[in-house]
Ligand binder design. Sequence first.
Ligand code: FAD
Length: 362
Amino acid sequence: MIGDKIICPLHNAGFKITTGQEEQGPVFGGLKTFKVERKDGKIIVKVPQEGWAALPEARESPIKEFNKNKKIVIVGGGAAALSAIDSLRQTGYDGLITVISKESYLPYDRTLLSKGSDATKYPGPIRDQQWYERNGVEFVGETSVVGIDYAHKQVKTSNLPVHYDKLLIATGSANRVPPIKGLDQVKYFGLRGVDDYKKINEAIREKGAKNITIIGAGFIGMELASAIKMALKDQVNITILEATDAPLKNVLGEKVGRVLQTLSEKNGIKIHTSALIKEIASENNSPKEVILEGSTVPTDVLIMATGVRPAVEFAPELLDKETSGIKTNVYLQVDHKDAKDVYAAGDVASYPYWYNGKRVRI
Ligand SMILES: Cc1cc2nc3c(=O)[nH]c(=O)nc-3n(C[C@H](O)[C@H](O)[C@H](O)COP(=O)(O)OP(=O)(O)OC[C@H]3O[C@@H](n4cnc5c(N)ncnc54)[C@H](O)[C@@H]3O)c2cc1C
């Protein structure tokens, strides 16, 4: 506990102790609170007879009537979009909110996709459809934003243009795929969302693929390998190919990377470090083997886990080459001469960290 704040020692999420309200992420909601009394030197916590589950959620919109004359449009339906909706309502914004997302799913916890051993289920939305309705939010799924008309305050979409008074770009990241000879000739997978997850599952489980090769030993490659192995055990051979000399070296350092490598290998996953990939050999558009300097890896399913880039292809004018994100000020307002009333948040934003002023992009 620090002052009136309780902080999660694992993830650093923080909650106000008196109201349960979340004050810093990563977290998707507040804590339930109980009435507490001090009596005869004892602290008594009052839990309702029906149990703690009967208590209302800490986070409900205080606004019930919405002003139809103003509208914030949020592009992207991920974690940043959900956080923004929550914060807007909690801080008294009473206008309409429209979320435009490529995906058909209401915001869900993307991080679970690479961690489950039951690799067939969509983790479900973080908040249900009724929550969005109560919060005056229109969710427009399966719609891509393809450009922004700053002069007319409109986003151009794969369907009709949508007017905004203020615009929030929260399009997250897209997979980055390095040029590898033969890759353009084969079907390969990447993991960003539920639909990718379903496709990987279908290829592995329903089509009974035996040899799975994952290129890239970052978090997603390592987690996904472990989840598939846990689920399918000896039914599959999993090989991870990593260009550096230890998994996760750039994020966790060599020592921790090697510990994770040993653990994964003990669980039956092969990891080739310092792997120099020469070519992907294919047959009828399916991968056959990955050809390395000095060896080959038989491959039925190929997964590229080679990192991400900001998903900003629909507004290349906003991409800041130096930070490879959308440059914002400390209030997340986009720093671009044409982009009035435009904000960016989440993976796509590059903003000055309040603590030291240094520009960061998560
Ligand atoms: C498999 C996996 C595991 C992860 N595990 C972890 C973890 O353990 N810990 C951690 O901290 N982070 C993890 N991450 C990263 C984390 O999910 C992101 O940091 C977080 O989702 C970023 O939130 P966001 O809202 O900025 O973007 P996203 O959640 O990526 O949401 C962006 C949304 O915008 C949509 N979109 C993109 N372009 C357009 C467009 N032109 N028009 C309309 N919609 C568009 C996308 O389809 C998506 O719905 C993981 C990511 C993945 C994929």
